[in-house]
Design a binder for this molecule. Structure first.
Ligand code: SAH
Length: 486
């Protein structure tokens, strides 16, 4: 019991609570200082028995005043919202901004040629508080379109932008109109879309979104964005939203509730993204429930995104997830064997030309391994091949691949007294299975499973899969494309 408790405690302590670039990661807000500087905030600060300055987190006026003084003091932003509107906490909202900053800097996908240094984002449901555009523009100089549907959100978002003339040029607030004259996802699926190849069918009635447009019909012709972001209405009903007894962040039904909850709202963002594809380099959203995260990642697989990224945001008592995806093909990484990197034991094989079937691919995999001397046993009914490859066979398989240079360097240093070479190739036979799954027409999932799951074996199988991917692409694909789900 005690051990379990300690483990839990340790896990909690290890949790990254705040992004390292976040202004508050080293220095949390100093209530005493703020109270001494801002009399309007002073009213809400009291001192607990341990002498620490505190505010009553259940008092909306206190949390709103804290947000106001933090934005003013630390970000030189003038800001206000009317009673009852959703009140953002500045450190939490900054985390999401910095996560996007990381994504944009990461080079996972190539930079766009035009406006390389000017980042442009789209905040879906910016709210009266307009917090993301204000923070993104003031911290990082990003420009934004912030969309919303309610009069009060649009009016106050506009006010918050106008009250900050130094960044007001960077932010456009856009009203979402009902979709009469705009292209809807349904239209695009019925062939009204120009050139977009959305092949997916959205049949999930329980997650059907029936609100106003989100991206399709709001994004204008010819617009391009580096990213979109969204703090979606998380709940299905106001009852479900409840009010956290420990805090008072306000929130009206329009801000908190959407029929079908965040699952429906984000599913629509995914559907829209599969129509708009590379209009955005990154699509991102917050997700409130882990079970929804799983569901949404499976939706993303269905629509054939090229990359998925997730993160966790720990926000006081609650945990939220960040979900990002892209349709831009990722930059091919040079994987260092020394880092041993990520051991991908599968790859998504897209763009299989029509005249080829999964059986052709399976047979081609078999002849690739046989050609390099390995023993193969193909099972056409389960779409698997069992392979047994010696050290020399593995060398032959990897010889012409991406890692041949590293391989050459390593050959000299090989120490045969070990059970593996410096490449991690086995001295004894490596036994593994390759399975081929049909994901969608023209898309196969190829998986490798080492018979003995030790890390050396999976490292080698991972390298072999990379080589196999190169070989299959050359033989069967129209164009190069890889899915990297991480
Ligand atoms: N971004 C703010 C507000 C989030 S609340 C924050 O993080 O605090 C969610 C917002 O989404 C609300 O303001 C709501 O009016 C808005 N919204 C709901 N449906 C929308 C739609 N279809 N398009 C744009 N905004 C929408």
């Amino acid at each position: 019991m005690g051990g379990n408790k300690n483990r839990k405690k340790r896990r909690r302590e290890e949790r990254p609570t705040i992004h390292p670039k976040n202004k508050y990661s080293e220095n949390p807000p100093d209530f005493s200082l703020l109270a001494s500087l801002y009399p309007s905030f002073h009213t809400f600060v009291f001192y607990s028995s341990d002498g620490r300055p505190r505010i009553d987190w259940t008092d909306f006026n206190a949390t709103r005043e804290l947000t106001r003084v933090l934005l003013l003091h630390d970000h030189s932003l003038n800001w206000w919202i009317p009673d009852g509107q959703l009140c953002p906490t500045v450190p939490n909202r900054s985390n999401y901004i910095h996560w996007i900053e990381d994504l944009l800097l990461s080079n996972i996908i190539p930079k766009t040629e035009i406006n390389r240094d000017k980042v442009r984002g789209f905040d879906i449901g910016t709210g009266a508080n307009c917090i993301y555009p204000l923070l993104g523009a003031s911290l990082l100089g990003w420009s934004f379109v912030g969309s919303d549907v309610t009069d009060v959100a649009l009016e106050w978002a506009e006010r918050n932008v106008k009250d900050n003339p130094h960044i007001s040029e960077l932010i456009e607030i856009r009203r979402v109109e009902s979709g009469e004259n705009t292209l809807s996802v349904e239209d695009s699926q019925n062939g009204r879309s120009s050139g977009s190849e959305s092949k997916i069918q959205f049949t999930d009635n329980d997650t059907r979104y029936c609100g106003l447009p989100i991206l399709v019909g709001v994004v204008r012709d010819g617009e391009k964005f580096d990213f979109c972001m969204c703090n979606p209405p998380f709940f299905e009903t106001m009852d479900e939203a409840g009010l956290n007894p420990k805090t008072s962040c306000g929130g009206t039904p329009e801000e908190m509730v959407c029929p079908g909850g965040e699952r429906a709202f984000i599913t629509r963002i995914i559907e829209d993204s599969s129509v708009l594809k590379q209009t955005f380099r990154w699509y991102t959203t917050m997700v409130g429930r882990k079970s929804n995260l799983k569901f949404l990642i499976s939706k993303l697989r269905e629509v054939g995104v090229s990359i998925v990224k997730t993160t966790e945001f720990f926000q006081g008592q609650t945990c939220r997830w960040g979900l990002a995806w892209s349709f831009v093909p990722p930059v091919k990484k040079i994987i260092s064997l020394h880092v041993a990197g990520k051991r991908n034991l599968s790859f998504m094989f897209e763009g299989l030309q029509r005249q080829y079937s999964a059986v052709d691919v399976l047979q081609s995999i078999e002849s690739f391994f046989c050609h390099n001397g390995a023993l193969c046993n193909l099972n056409a009914s389960s779409f698997t091949i069992d392979i047994s490859a010696s050290h020399d066979h593995c060398k032959a398989i990897l010889k012409n691949g991406e890692h041949r240079d590293i391989f050459a360097d390593c050959e000299d240093a090989k120490d045969t007294s070990q059970s593996t070479s410096c490449l991690g190739l086995p001295i004894n036979n490596l036994c593994f299975r390759i399975s081929v799954f049909q994901q969608a027409p023209g898309t196969l999932l190829v998986k490798g499973s080492p018979k003995h799951g030790d890390s050396q074996a999976s490292g080698t199988v991972s390298l072999i899969l990379q080589r196999l991917e190169e070989v299959l692409k050359l033989k069967f694909c129209r164009e190069k494309s890889t899915v990297n789900l991480s």
